[in-house]
Write a new protein. Sequence first.
Length: 63
Amino acid sequence: MKVRVDPERCQGHTLCFMRAPEVFELSEIDGHSTPVTDEVPEDQQDAVVEAVRSCPERAIGVF
């Protein structure tokens, strides 16, 4: 599974980081999220799916 965050849609709610802190990192400036890596480790996939569901801006995509 791969993950990506649309920087134009992300508003820095930080919910993805709360769900999957090992996969997402937050900007110290505005709280916007970026994946630590494109490829999600198998043991983090459920947490990333929860992060996708929790994002109010629908800024996270998995494929």
